[in-house]
Design a protein around this ligand. Structure first.
Ligand code: TXA
Ligand code: MG
Length: 339
């Protein structure tokens, strides 16, 4: 696979092995990657991203055989999750061996592990493994708090000096689903494109979900779940935010508020109700079409937010996504962008 993907993969792997940072495509979003077991390389991630050093990073692995390098305990339900969804857009939080990957773990007693499916990520991880790098730490390759990158060009906008591998537009488009497997039962920490029902079915145990992520799957969620959930930057109320103010509204609310809107304005809607009113539209309103299914919507979401923001609009109005667990990941990112 390394040969098929060429010299740039090898160059990226060698850079990682030297302790340098690279921009790494994955199927979810692009990562700002470094050797997870090299503390100065990991510190460079925190500095470059402007991220507080106590906010832990996800370690990316070539395959499941590397889990025991980092994790001290892997419950049966976690093994079943890995068997079902690795490689893929799923991150597991596991108890960590003391003294291993301290910097990447940000001082937490646990470690976040993920095996990405993007062919270029796989090629880089296998090539770095053959150079002795057992795991690659990578947060999303954006400045802390802003919109995650889903193309190589997005990464270069934030980090012009960085060596970025171009793996095309990310298939999934939003970050991996995170499940905390360091306790007696699995807990959803960050919704993504894998749903609680899919995960529960795969691991044979109900995956608990904090109330804000509850998706009508009949799960009993206690307030205690929220209390035990560790603080994580991806779970801060305001995250993934563009410069323009983002507002979530129904089409009816958009029509009602249009006459006193702050212009220029961009709208992103599934239904084209605004277009019916074309004649009545103020000149500074630019309309974009949101896909009607969750997966293509997730695929477009961050690129669309960036594109609308680049127009220099004052506000971005987005049609409230539908209920239902297929939309949980998109809803979560939009609510944070609007917070
Ligand atoms: O799809 C993804 O997961 C992307 C690609 C690059 O793999 N990565 C990503 O990383 O989204 P980042 O750093 O932007 O988000 C990682 C999330 C953060 O919310 C972080 O707090 C949480 O994972 N996290 C990492 N280690 C953790 C731990 N030990 N306990 C709880 N949360 C953890
Ligand atoms: Mg991020």
């Amino acid at each position: 696979m390394v040969n098929a993907l060429g010299d740039e993969v090898l160059q990226a792997a060698q850079a990682l092995a030297r302790g340098e940072l690279i921009g790494l495509p994955t199927e979810t979003v692009y990562g700002l990657a470094a050797d997870a077991l090299n503390p100065s390389a990991v510190n460079a991630i925190f500095q470059t991203k402007g991220r507080p050093a106590n906010h832990p990073l996800i370690v990316h692995l070539a395959d499941v055989s590397l889990v025991p390098v980092f994790a001290s305990e892997v419950p049966a339900f976690a093994q079943r999750l890995m068997a079902a969804y690795w490689p893929g857009p799923l991150t597991l939080i596991l108890k960590r061996h003391a003294g291993v990957a301290d910097a990447a773990a940000g001082g937490h007693a646990t470690i976040a592990l993920r095996c990405p499916s993007h062919p270029m990520a796989q090629a880089v991880l296998h090539a770095t493994l053959s150079l002795g790098v057992q795991g690659v730490a990578a947060p999303s390759a954006n400045v802390f708090g802003s919109v995650s990158p889903t193309t190589a060009a997005h990464v270069r906008e934030s980090f012009p000096e960085l060596l970025v591998l171009d793996g095309g537009a990310c298939d999934v488009g939003i970050e991996s689903t995170i499940v905390d497997c360091s306790r007696d039962a699995p807990v959803l920490l960050r919704p993504g494109m894998l749903s609680v029902s899919q995960l529960s079915e795969a691991c044979g145990v109900s995956v608990l979900s904090p109330a804000s992520h509850a998706v009508g799957s009949g799960l009993q969620v206690s307030g205690a779940v929220r209390a035990v959930t560790p603080a994580a930057p991806g779970t801060l109320a305001s995250h993934y935010a563009p410069r323009a103010r983002v507002r979530l509204m129904t089409i009816e609310q958009m029509r009602a508020h249009l006459h006193n809107a702050k212009l220029p304005l961009a709208t992103w809607t599934r239904t084209s109700l605004l277009r019916v009113e074309q004649n009545a539209l103020p000149e500074g309103v630019k309309q974009f079409t949101m896909p009607s299914d969750a997966a293509p919507c997730a695929h477009d979401l961050f690129a669309q937010l960036r594109a609308m923001d680049a127009l220099g609009v004052q506000e971005i109005w987005i049609e409230t996504p539908p209920d239902g667990e297929a939309w949980a990941g998109v809803r979560d990112r939009l609510q944070r962008a609007a917070a």
